[in-house]
Each structure stands twice: as structure tokens, then as C-alpha cells.
Design a protein around this ligand. Structure first.
Ligand code: TNX
Length: 513
């Protein structure tokens, strides 16, 4: 039977031969794989193709079929029987490989088969993103396209440089509904981003239903920058986002910013204010004017309730406690506050992340700092690093997705500088922060603050291409870093974004295909 299968495969390849191959070169995949080699064969996905994916591989197999069906119009049944592996042209397999880690994968393409193997389903998922980019850009269309659906033969062995590759969306300054968040999740997953940090509260809005403190959402979430209606996620909607992200191997990190950036909470409950008076809701864009009352017991009861409910809704290991720009909280109040909040997070079984401002306080060994400043040297960060603190890097002048590309960019801010395509790429996260070893860098994150961002098309325009560039810095080995070759690879993403309807900034620095 095996011989017959091989012959069938060969015959199919011979029939496909007259069609001029226009397969995508391996060198156009973003992020760059750790290792890749091309062969002189071409695989053609035919209308009768089946996907073999059994056991732990089944859900990624179903996902692969779902992303390939619209443009191909093929049925692409997913074969979950174990014996199916050898006969189906596309095979997803869990197979132990010591060098690949949790997210690595191996992809082997020849004239008759595409075989994807990984230690874990997460690795298969990342391999599927590579496979999608090896198909013509029209594979991303939502309606049937002519094809042919060819993939260049070859082999890729790939695994990430950093375990944390993130995006952040500020849903507090402007609120974005569940569908917008899901669309963004799908767009970032293509670049092997594995974390979405949701900035759920700020001066202008509280965006998650909290059952023990209901006015946070119903009143605190009732407006946004500019005075619009705002909004909030019910707990069921938040769970839906978390589950959708998980199906894309993305961990949601919820952030409740504190002790500053808390006007929406302070406006909702008078007792959280030191003077017992609730301020009005705020719809401007200033920072640094609000603070929880760090000396009141009720503040810690409030935080225990809020963090407890969020921890119960969040399967991921992290809760982000903000901690930035607490200009209305003295250091004497700030330090014990951060100590207490870290303990509350730990009591609910989670690991705290905070903006690097928290390194002024004593940090638990597990607490992670997120670096946002614009210079690589910071005394309290260095001191924390000496004690072993790990960091996620989001330098505002390199990684902030709300910074303008040029003075002409219609959206965004420029307080940290302008970030053109080349600037977003030309730095090394492993060797950026003074006094922080590469082994203490968990990875990178691109925060998108939304004072000026109001709709999905705005999110896309600020995120792409820069988030794809940051994802490359997070995933690809340092040895692949080269702007000249990278800009050509990045250029190959342009036609894909067009087909997907993603509104991107066509930087003149990139030779768009
Ligand atoms: C700074 S840096 C902030 C945000 C603003 C952003 C605008 C930091 C952690 N916080 O509150 O939205 O700048 O670019």
C-alpha cells in the first residue's frame, strides 16, 4: 500500500508540473525562521487534500483547515484517525524533539507532502503561521480564489529567541468591542505573538465588569477620551476573549493600573478617595493626577476583590498591576503599596507584572518589570536587575505603537519621538538595558495607547508594519538581524495585508512588493 501511495503522489505532482510555479521563497517569512533551506520541488495543495491531525494535533489541524478553506474553496477534511498520517498530503504531528522547545516546530515540504512536527500544539500553531506565509498572498482572501496553491519544497527548523512576544491594547482611553479585539488577536497571531496585554483601566474608563464593585464598569466605564459612550466587557465577554486568544496560543494579561491612572475607579466609589469625595469622570488625556488612597484599609479590600475576580477569570499566569506615572503618590506611600499589591496578586495564585516604575519598590522574586522609558540606563531598574528581576522590553521610542511614524502621521503622539519602520527594527532587546543580562529579558511588547485611536483601522495603521517588526525581534535569532534583508521580507507582507483588508502604513523605507 505504501508504494501505491508514493506512486499516486508522484502522479499528482507530475500532473501539477505544467503549471508555472510561483511559490513564495522561504526568505520572505516574518519572523525569520532559525534555519531554513529550499529544495527544487513544489507541493501543490489539491482540491481533494486531507489534513492528518490526530490526538493533541487535532485542534491545530482544524484551525489550519479553517484558515485555508475560504480562499481555496476546498473541503480539507481533518483526519483524526492515527493510520491517516501516511496517506494525507498535510500531516501535523506531535513528536518529541529536544531542540524545539515549547513553541518550536519543524516543517518539511516535498512534492507530495507537507509534514509539520512539534513537541507541543503551540509549536504546531506557530508552524501553521509559517505555512500560511509560504502560500501565495491570495490564500488570505475571504472568498474563493483561483490558485494554484503551491508551496516551495524545503525544510524549516524554527524556535523563538524569547518566550514573551507581546502586544498591548489600551481599551481604557477608547473602548474596543470583543470583535475588534478578536480581529487584532488573529492579526498578531500571524507573527507568532503569544501575549495580549489588555490595559483594562485608566483615568478615562474601567472596562471589566467586577461583581463585587459593580459601579466600576457601569459608571466608571460609561465614557472615554473625548466624552464618547465608552463601554466595558461583561465577565462572559472577557472569558470569550480569553478563550479565543487561547485558541490562537495567546495568553491574555489583564492590567488594572494603580495607584495612579485610577480616576474612573475613584469617580465610581467615593470611599476609595482619601477625602471621601468622588471626583467627576474624566475624558481628557492628562496623566499623573489620580491616586488610590494608599493609607485606607478599604483600598486593599477593593484590590483583593478586584484581583480575586480577575484571577478567577484569567487562566494565564500574570496580572499586570500598572504602577506607572504615579506622580500623585509620594514614594513613601508608593513603595509599601506596591509591596502589598504584589502580595495580593500572589495570594490569588498569579505573578505580578508592572511598568518598570515599580522597581523603586521591593519586588518579589517572581515580579516582572515592563520597561517603557526612552533611555537604556535607569538606576532602580539596574538595582532590581542585580537582585534578579526579569524584564519585558517596551522602550517608548522604539516599541510604542502609538508614536507617529513621521510628523505627517495623522494619528498618535510624539512625546517619545517618531518611530519609522527602520527605527522599530534597529535595536537588540537582548542587549538594550544597561545592567540587565540577556537571560533576564523575557521578551518584547508593543503597547498601543489609544488616546488618538478610535477604530480598528486606526489600530491596524499604527500596529502594522511595526508590530510585525517587533515580533521578529522577539522570535528571530539575533544572527538573522539585518535591515537590508529584513525590509525585503517585510515588503512581502504588504500584499497579504491588502488581501486581508489590514490598513497598514506603507513606509517609504520598505520596498513593498
Ligand atoms: C505613557 S509610559 C503612558 C500612558 C500613555 C502613553 C501615551 C506609560 C507606562 N504610560 O499612560 O497613554 O504614555 O503615549
Amino acid at each position: 500500500a505504501a508504494a501505491a501511495i508514493t506512486m499516486l503522489g508522484t502522479a499528482a505532482a507530475a500532473q501539477a508540473a505544467p503549471v508555472k510555479p510561483k511559490a513564495v521563497p522561504y526568505a520572505s517569512v516574518v519572523p525569520a525562521p532559525a534555519w531554513a533551506t529550499q529544495a527544487n520541488s513544489t507541493f501543490t495543495l489539491g482540491s481533494g487534500a486531507r489534513i492528518a491531525a490526530s490526538g493533541q494535533a487535532a485542534s491545530v489541524g482544524n484551525y489550519l483547515a479553517s484558515v485555508l478553506r475560504p480562499a481555496t474553496g476546498f473541503a480539507l477534511p481533518v483526519d483524526q484517525a492515527l493510520w491517516a498520517r501516511a496517506v494525507d498530503p498535510i500531516q501535523l504531528q506531535i513528536a518529541p524533539n529536544a531542540t524545539l522547545g515549547d513553541e518550536g516546530y519543524q516543517l518539511t515540504v516535498n512534492a507530495t507532502s507537507v509534514v509539520l512536527t512539534a513537541n507541543k500544539p503551540a509549536g504546531l500553531f506557530e508552524g501553521v503561521q509559517t505555512l500560511r506565509q509560504l502560500l501565495p498572498a491570495s490564500i488570505d482572501a475571504s472568498t474563493k480564489q483561483p490558485g494554484p496553491w503551491q508551496i516551495q519544497g524545503g525544510k524549516i527548523t524554527d524556535h523563538p529567541r524569547f518566550g514573551y512576544r507581546g502586544a498591548m491594547l489600551d481599551v481604557a482611553r477608547h473602548f474596543f468591542g470583543v470583535d475588534t479585539v478578536k480581529t487584532y488577536i488573529d492579526e498578531i497571531a500571524r507573527y507568532k505573538v503569544n501575549t495580549l496585554h489588555l490595559h483594562l483601566s485608566d483615568d478615562q474608563g474601567w472596562r471589566l465588569q467586577i461583581n463585587s464593585w459593580p459601579k466600576l464598569a457601569t459608571y466608571g466605564g460609561s465614557t472615554q477620551v473625548g466624552g464618547g459612550a465608552g463601554g466595558y466587557y461583561t465577565q462572559a465577554q472577557y472569558k470569550d476573549i480569553v478563550a479565543y486568544a487561547a485558541s490562537r496560543y495567546i495568553t491574555i494579561i489583564p492590567e488594572i493600573d494603580m495607584p495612579g491612572h485610577t480616576n474612573a475607579a475613584l469617580a465610581s466609589y467615593a470611599e476609595l478617595n482619601c477625602n471621601g469625595v468622588a471626583p467627576p469622570l474624566y475624558t481628557g488625556t492628562d496623566v499623573g493626577f489620580s491616586s488610590l488612597c494608599t493609607s485606607k484599609d478599604i483600598t486593599y479590600k477593593f484590590l483583593d476583590d478586584v484581583i480575586g475576580e480577575i484571577a478567577a477569570l484569567t487562566p494565564g499566569p500574570y496580572i499586570h498591576i500598572g504602577g506607572d506615572e504615579a506622580q500623585s503618590t509620594s514614594d513613601a506611600d508608593y513603595k509599601p503599596f506596591i509591596a502589598k499589591v504584589q502580595q495580593i496578586v500572589a495570594n490569588h495564585g498569579k505573578t505580578a507584572i508592572g511598568w518598570h516604575d515599580i522597581s523603586k519598590a521591593d519586588l518579589l522574586p517572581s515580579t516582572i518589570g515592563q520597561y517603557w522609558d526612552t533611555t537604556p540606563t535607569n538606576a532602580s531598574v539596574q538595582a532590581a536587575a542585580k537582585k534578579g528581576t526579569h524584564f519585558v522590553l517596551s522602550p517608548a521610542n522604539l516599541a510604542y505603537l502609538d508614536m507617529k511614524y513621521t510628523e505627517q502621521t495623522p494619528l498618535g503622539q510624539d512625546w517619545a519621538g517618531l518611530i519609522e519602520a527602520k527605527d522599530a527594527y534597529n535595536w537588540d532587546p537582548g542587549n538594550y538595558l544597561t545592567g540587565v543580562k540577556a537571560s533576564q529579558v523575557n521578551g518584547v511588547e508593543g503597547p498601543l495607547w489609544t488616546e488618538t485611536i478610535v477604530k480598528l483601522a486606526d489600530i491596524q495603521y499604527m500596529a502594522f508594519p511595526r508590530l510585525a517588526e517587533l515580533a521578529e525581534l522577539g522570535w528571530s535569532q539575533a544572527s538573522t538581524h539585518n535591515w537590508t534583508t529584513f525590509k525585503t521580507r517585510l515588503a512581502a507582507q504588504g500584499p497579504r495585508w491588502k488581501v486581508q483588508g489590514v490598513n497598514f502604513y506603507a513606509s517609504p523605507q520598505v520596498p513593498w512588493a
